[in-house]
Design a protein. Sequence first.
Length: 337
Amino acid sequence: MGITALTPAPADTGPAIAHLEFSDNRLLVDLCGEYDRNLTHLESHLGVQIIRRGNLLDILGPDAARNQTIAILTALYQGLEEGRPIEQGDIAALIRLGTPDAREGPEGQLEMFRKGALEIRTRKKMIAPRTRAQQDYTRALLETELNFGIGPAGTGKTYIAVAVAVQMFTDGLVDKIILSRPAVEAGERLGFLPGDMKEKVDPYMQPLYDALNDFLPGKQLQKLMEERRIEIAPLAFMRGRTLSNAFIVLDEAQNATEMQMKMFLTRLGEGSRMAVTGDRSQIDLPRGVQSGLRAAERILDGVEGIRFSYFTAQDVVRHPLVARIITAYEKDEAGGG
C-alpha cells in the first residue's frame, strides 16, 4: 500500500506527532477532500490537529485519538487505492466504529472496513458494508434463501438487500427482482388519492425506487420494469403468487400482520431468495394487531435455512445525529419513560 507511517515525535519535545507519507498525490487530494473538509471533520470529532505538507500529513494529539486518526486515514486511503471513492457518511461511520484500544492500532470493525473483504457490485456503483453487522447481513443474503434484517432506521437493511438483489440479477443468478412493502398508511384513505392504483401506491414504494435508481441506469431500470423483470408492488398484491427464480424483498415488514407475513413467506418458490427487513420500534398497525415481524421472530427462530440479522444504533450510516436520536429513544424505552 502506498502509505507509510513514520515514528511519532517523542512526547517530551511537545505534543506527540505522527507522520503519514502517501505515494499518490492524486489519491491524497481525494483523501483530504475539497478544502480539506475530511481532515477538518476528523479534527473536530477526534480532538487532533492535522497539518498537510506536500505528500505528508502530520497528526498531533493524544495517543488514542492520534492512532484512531491514523487507522481511519489508512482505511480510507486503502479504499481509494482499490477504487472505492470516499462517500458521504464514511468518515462519521469510521469514527463511530473506533478501536477498542487505539494504542494497539486498528482492530475489530475498523480493521474489517479497511480490508474491504466483501463488496456488492451493481451497474452504477460498488457497495462495501461499513460495519460488522452489515457485513454479516450481506453474507447472509448471499448464502441463505430466507434472511431477516431487523434494526433501526438508517442501518442499511433495505439498501443492502436491494443491492444484493441487483448483483444477483445482473450475474444471472435470478430472473426477476420483486420489491414489496405493506401500504399500511394508505388504508381506508387509499381510494381518496388521485390516479389509478399504481399512482395511488407509488408514494409508499418510493424508498424502493430510490434504492434501485442508485444501482441501475435510469433507462435500463425503466425497460426492466416495463418487461416486469423488476416489480415493485404492495404486499397485498403478492397473494396467490408463487415467486420462482426471483430475489424478493419485503420492506417495512413490521407493518405486515401475522397473516400477511405467513402469506408472503409461503410465496417462496424454487430458485428464489427472500429478504425481509423491518424496525420493531416503528410499528404502525392498529392497536391490538400483532406485527407479523414479531411473530416470525418467535415462530421461525431456529428453523433451518432461515437467518436473522440484527442491527443497532452503532450500525446507522445516515447523519451521525440519527444514531444519537435512536440511542436516546432506546434509553428512554429501557427506562420506561
